[in-house]
Design a protein. Structure first.
Length: 320
């Protein structure tokens, strides 16, 4: 059985694909990258990793293979477990398991499985059609601008003295109407100044009267506001706070019978867990969680603690 082909298909759609009794292949979104040394540009992708501790059967891989091969679930599970046994034997014989379009698996000196991902396929569907490319280095030419300094020659022009004609000033005789015009101008200015003064005094008096009226109105408003014998009861306001989205679930099990799932929820709640029924998955199984979290870090920490103290078969489910 070419098990890696089915795993590769599921990695396009899911963040976690678990191989029963072996481990889980995980994907994490990675943004576009630029290699500054080689001038290579890489599109956004899904980065592959492997976790040998997540090895409980969640039904995803086996159900997918059974639907494609038109075989029953139990016989398909036995074939998958047989392939896993072959992988384990090859690893114990110090062989490298090469999974096409996924990566290479081998044992390190401590006897633990190490994974080297393959970069031949991009499992991020939003980056379909995008490939890496290398851009030639851009050379920049800086031109030096030289300015020629030329001496500034100041030419002084000597102006010739132009003789001015001497005009003998004759005394003019002033006529009576000149004095009359001056008197009229002075009288007009006096009348204008008096009018402006009167206008200013009226405006200042109006400001004083407005201030008195405003104080009187404010006094009545305060009495009406703070000494009312029949206060008006204001309606209460109810605020609805949106519940924090929790997409990371530590799963305790998946049941075909819904009643068994409810019994498991009650059992876990009695043990102090914030358990709940997650509903049916695409395979018709009712999933029950120990607890749900809003971040991956919180969920992974809780999963590790539950696997050590409560149930080694617990696994992580990510929903969107």
């Amino acid at each position: 059985m070419r098990l890696e082909l089915y795993i590769s298909d599921l990695l396009y759609r899911y963040e976690c694909v678990t191989v029963p009794n072996f481990g889980a292949f995980l994907t994490q979104r990675k943004g576009a990258q630029v290699h500054h040394t080689t001038n290579a540009f890489y599109p956004p992708t899904k980065e592959l990793s492997f976790n040998a501790q997540l090895n409980s059967n969640d039904g995803l891989l086996v159900k997918y293979i059974a639907d494609l091969t038109k075989e029953d679930y139990e016989s398909t599970l036995q074939k998958v477990l047989s392939e896993v046994d072959t992988w384990k034997k090859d690893l114990n014989n110090s062989e490298i398991i090469s999974l096409e379009n996924i990566g290479d698996l081998s044992l390190n000196v401590e006897g633990k499985i190490q994974f080297e991902p393959s970069y031949q396929l991009n499992y991020l569907t939003s980056s379909f059609g995008l490939s890496s490319f290398v851009s030639s280095e851009i050379s920049r030419v800086v031109e030096e601008v030289r300015e020629e300094i030329r001496p500034i020659v100041v030419q002084e022009e000597v102006e010739e003295a132009i003789p001015l004609p001497i005009v003998e000033e004759t005394r003019r005789r002033r006529f009576p109407w000149t004095y009359a015009a001056a008197a009229a101008i002075i009288l007009t200015a006096g009348v204008f100044g008096f009018n402006e003064y009167s206008k200013t005094q009226q405006e200042q008096q109006q400001i004083v009267e407005d201030g008195k009226a405003k104080k009187s109105i404010d006094k009545y408003i305060q009495q009406a506001t703070f000494f009312s014998t029949n206060p008006v009861e204001l309606p209460s306001i109810k605020l609805q706070v949106a519940k924090e989205v929790q997409n990371y679930h530590v799963v305790a099990g998946a049941f075909r019978i819904e009643g068994n799932a409810h019994e498991k929820v009650a059992e876990l709640q009695a043990d102090g867990f914030d358990a709940e029924l997650l509903g049916q998955n695409r395979y018709g199984l009712h999933q029950v969680s120990y607890a749900s979290f809003s971040t991956r870090a919180e969920a992974v920490t809780a999963l590790a603690k539950i696997k050590q103290t409560k149930a080694p078969e617990a696994w992580l489910l990510v929903t969107k």
